[in-house]
Design a binder for this molecule. Structure first.
Ligand code: PRX
Length: 683
């Protein structure tokens, strides 16, 4: 349960009140030809149609894409299994790249890349790839993968920095029907090991290093450590392809390491796109859940392709072959990067910008420098970044010409109205609509969001369901709740980009998203349960209140509290650990860890305890990645538990957020002295 949820009440309390309403600007006032959806009435009409006749509606949308063979039916739905564009044959890389070249757009810029390093004269490296160049590179790398024995259905693991070669590698996988599993470059070698093992991947594509805030992240070293562990476990990796980006020292294992540049120079650029079945897997993407083990979310070909392109166009008002430049600041290692840097954007022929590094390198104005340099028109970022910009000061954006901006977006966590207003005033100059897009790794694309030319916006609300999405707030019996009652956020109809499963774990898939309302009933529910709580206001606008499972959103990135707990208890000094979220000024939610030490490992002097905290923090970073480092570690003799032995996280959350125990129900608490001790320590 997250902070905003009170499990003892029938419906979930929701305190946020915000009534400011911002009407959409006219397209012409933003120098735009038109809005794809230009009024709330038009939105409502289209939404209604899409819900009443999903097959007719999505069939029409899908016919904008290129299919080698048409589908025989738009949707087959046997909850929880959806099959979209059944029997259709297509290829996502073809739609992103080859088709654009075939249609005469080979010379248009597909991807703009800006490197992180800045030289003494202030110059930065920029690469622009046209569709033709992207096609040539992608075909070549597809040939490379084939030469390494990769065939349709083989999962290729990609662990790279934000370089164009990452886009090339993923598109090359799509080209030959090899699903990719991209691991965010901030994850540790243990995270690579777990994911490679789960996906049974035999090929890893990586970089020697990645630039981050002027330093080199040693990606290849992390892969080496993972390969060693995998070999010992009998799951040896066969090939590691290394793109040399930073020229940092790396060790080279002749038997498995392969040099990207050498392979590319030898490879043929004649490697046509495979005709994939609409329901063939396009990629696996691991995300955190409420157990210690991340789950591999399965996305397939046709539905994901259609939905990401459609929602990209609508949410950001992307207009093909115009002067637009779209920039999503996410890392491709997250779903946001998959859907809204690559797959949704490339088919629309709006250049997609990829930036390699940190937002504050070399200075805190780097993002605004980039917006100005490339005349960015649509800018998509996370609330945590906006809060950091606020903290760094408005003078940084104010130094730059941001007049090219037309639409602003946010994603990843609820945006606090203060940050929304800052974004609106300082970045959008009160001209640009803000789209607060609610969605998830599992949903593949935007689910609830304003449409920039149609939906009046209110700071903090993600507004209304996307066209084609039937979203609702339900009580624990599956009944729809009335206005302003908090409950479970659910989607009542299938949509094209929905996840098709959790890799290798059917039971977890059903339990997590489709378990029927009420514990005794084991039948599969026809509703997708998002794991978030929400309410709708009097206007039907959605307000996301937070997670209702043991998942926390740290800087907009999902982490399972159990993952962090497992990492902590794998340290030799730790006996038990409980991790909860706590309010954090920049991250939104920070990580608080309550840790019980083995008596023999409990240092008596305070400085040794502080050292132990540091060592526990870096242990977590080694096990998972730096994003999982606790913001606060508290040592305790024991954890507060119910009589049945469940850790009382609610109490820990109250303590971590400084609320104390006063309004918490403690009747099931096993040992009151434990709580008293924890509170003493927190004062
Ligand atoms: O809790 C919601 C939050 O992020 C979760 C999904 O995380 P992930 O799968 O990592 O995907 C993040 C990028 C799509 C959701 O369950 N979330 C995402 N967007 C929003 C949000 N919470 C509130 N408002 C949003 N706009």
């Amino acid at each position: 349960m997250s902070e905003s949820v009170d499990p003892s009440s029938k419906s979930i309390e929701s305190g946020l009140q915000e009534s400011r309403l911002f009407e959409p600007a006219s397209a012409s006032s933003l120098g735009m030809d038109h809005w794809h959806i230009s009024s709330i009435e038009q939105y409502r009409e289209l939404h209604e149609r899409s819900i009443q006749d999903p097959a007719g509606f999505w069939g029409e949308v899908a016919s904008n894409m290129h299919w080698f063979e048409p589908w025989t039916s738009v949707l087959e739905w046997t909850p929880p299994d959806a099959r979209w564009f059944v029997g259709g044959k297509t290829n996502v890389c073809d739609n992103c790249v080859d088709r654009q070249v075939r249609d005469g757009h080979g010379d248009r810029v597909a991807l703009i890349w800006e490197a992180e390093p800045v030289d003494k004269a202030g110059n930065v490296e920029i690469r622009k790839l046209t569709y033709l160049q992207l096609q040539e590179q992608t075909a070549r790398f597809a040939s490379v993968l084939r030469s390494l024995g990769v065939t349709r259905g083989d999962v290729v693991t990609i662990y790279m920095g934000m370089v164009p070669e990452l886009a090339i590698a993923m598109l090359a996988c799509a080209r030959i029907g090899a699903p990719h599993s991209i691991i965010f470059g901030g994850f540790s070698s243990q995270a690579i090991t777990d994911r490679v093992q789960d996906a049974k991947s035999k090929v890893i594509v990586t970089c020697d290093g990645a630039w981050r805030r002027g330093k080199i992240v040693p990606l290849k070293d992390n892969v080496d450590a993972a390969c060693e562990k995998l070999a010992t476990a009998g799951d040896a990796v066969e090939h590691v392809v290394v793109f040399k980006r930073c020229e940092n020292d790396i060790s080279w294992n002749q038997s498995i390491d392969r040099d990207w540049a050498t392979l590319m120079a030898e490879a043929s650029d004649d490697c046509p796109c495979e005709a994939m079945d609409s329901e063939d897997m396009l990629f696996l993407l691991y995300t955190s859940g409420s157990t210690g083990k991340p789950k591999g979310i399965v996305h397939t070909t046709g539905g994901y392709m259609v939905y990401t392109a459609y929602t990209s166009g609508l949410s950001f008002n992307l207009i093909s072959d115009s002067d637009q430049v779209f920039w999503c600041t996410a890392d491709i290692g997250w779903i946001t990067g998959h859907s809204y840097i690559i797959y949704g954007i490339l088919p629309l022929r709006v250049p997609t910008l990829m930036y390699e590094g940190a937002p504050n390198f070399p200075e805190a104005d780097r993002f605004w420098d980039i917006v100005q340099r490339h005349r960015v028109t649509q800018f998509y970022t996370a609330p945590t970044a906006i809060r950091a910009f606020m903290k760094w000061g408005s003078e940084h954006p104010e130094k730059h010409d941001l007049s090219s901006l037309k639409v602003l977006g946010t994603v990843g966590e609820p945006i606090n109205p203060e940050a929304w207003m800052w974004y609106h005033r300082v970045i959008g100059k009160e001209r640009c609509p803000i789209v607060d897009t609610w969605w998830q790794t599992e949903t593949g694309g935007h689910m609830i969001t304003p449409l920039p030319g149609a939906t009046p916006t209110t700071p903090g609300s993600c507004a209304l369901p996307m066209i084609g999405i039937d979203a609702a707030v339900l009580d624990e019996n599956g009944n729809e709740l009335g206005a302003n009652q908090g409950g479970l956020l659910a989607i009542r109809k299938p949509w094209p980009a929905m996840l098709r499963g959790i890799h290798g774990d059917r039971e977890r898939f059903i339990d997590t998203y489709w378990s029927a309302f009420g514990a005794e009933d084991s039948s599969v529910s026809p509703f997708y349960l998002a794991g978030d709580s929400a309410r709708r206001d009097d206007n039907g606008y959605f307000w996301i209140m937070g997670r209702i499972d043991d998942v926390i959103n740290v800087s907009g990135h999902r982490l399972g509290t159990m993952e962090v707990e497992s990492a902590l208890v794998s340290h030799q000094a730790v006996v038990e650990a409980a991790v909860v979220g706590m309010p954090h000024e920049i991250k939104g939610t920070g990580i608080a860890a309550f840790v019980t030490l083995a008596p023999a490992s409990t240092p008596s002097d305070p400085s040794a305890l502080e050292e132990l905290k540091v060592s526990l923090s870096s242990h977590v970073a080694n096990e998972i990645g730096a994003i999982a480092k606790p913001d606060q570690i508290r040592f305790t003799d024991a954890l507060p538990k119910t009589r049945s032995g469940k850790i009382m996280r609610r109490l820990l959350r109250a303590i971590a957020s400084g609320e104390g125990q006063s309004n918490q129900d403690t009747t099931t608490l096993e040992d009151f002295s434990v709580l008293a001790k924890l509170q003493d320590d927190s004062e």
